[in-house]
Design a protein around this ligand. Structure first.
Ligand code: SF4
Ligand code: SF4
Length: 162
C-alpha cells in the first residue's frame, strides 16, 4: 500500500502535479489537482467548459492546463474525491476555494480555522463565499481568505470555530 494511503493524508512531495505560475495566480483563481489515485474517474474532465483538464486515459490522473483555466470551480464542485481546489493571490493574501462536506456551513464573513492536509490548524481565515453545490447533501465550496499568500499551498480544509 502507498505511504499516503496508510497515513490518510498527502505530504507535498507525494503530489504529482506542478503548480501554476505566480503571475497567473495573481490574475484570478486557478484550479489545482491533488488527485493521485489512478482509478477510472473523469467527471472533472467532462465538466470543464474550457477543456482545461485532460487525461491520457480513464485511469490516469488529470492534468490541468493552467493557461486555459478561468477558475470557474465546476471541477472542484463535481470531484467525488475532494481532490481539486482553487487557489489565488490578491494583495499578498491567499485565497483558497475548497470542497466541504460538513455541517453546519460557515457563512460569508465568518472566521474559521485553516487546516493543512494533516488536519492541523495553521491559523485563522475569513470565509469570503459559501456555495452549495448539492442541495440534498449540502456539499459546498468554501472560499477563504488567509493572511499569508504561501498558505495557499498548504491549506486544504477548514474547521468551524465554536
Ligand atoms: S476551474 Fe473551471 S475552467 Fe478551471 S479547470 Fe476547473 S472547470 Fe475548468
Ligand atoms: S473527478 Fe476528482 S477524483 Fe476523479 S479524476 Fe478528477 S480529480 Fe480525480
Amino acid at each position: 500500500m502507498n505511504d499516503w494511503a496508510t497515513k490518510g493524508y498527502l505530504e507535498p512531495g507525494e503530489i504529482k502535479t506542478t503548480l501554476p505560475r505566480k503571475e497567473l495566480l495573481m490574475k484570478h483563481l486557478i484550479a489545482i489537482s491533488e488527485c493521485i489515485q489512478e482509478i477510472p474517474c473523469n467527471p472533472c474532465v467532462t465538466v470543464c467548459p474550457l477543456k482545461a483538464i485532460t487525461m491520457k486515459d480513464i485511469n490516469a490522473i488529470p492534468v490541468i492546463d493552467y493557461e486555459k483555466c478561468n477558475g470557474c470551480g465546476k471541477c472542484v464542485g463535481i470531484c467525488p474525491g475532494l481532490a481539486l481546489f482553487l487557489i489565488g493571490i490578491k494583495n499578498g493574501k491567499g485565497i483558497i476555494t475548497l470542497p466541504y462536506e460538513m455541517l453546519p456551513l460557515p457563512g460569508k464573513g465568518n472566521e474559521v480555522y485553516l487546516l493543512n492536509r494533516k488536519g492541523e490548524r495553521l491559523g485563522k481565515g475569513i470565509v469570503m463565499r459559501t456555495v452549495i453545490v448539492n442541495k440534498q447533501t449540502k456539499s459546498s465550496l468554501i472560499t477563504v481568505l488567509c493572511e499569508n499568500e504561501d498558505d495557499i499551498y498548504h491549506i486544504r480544509n477548514i474547521e468551524i470555530i465554536k
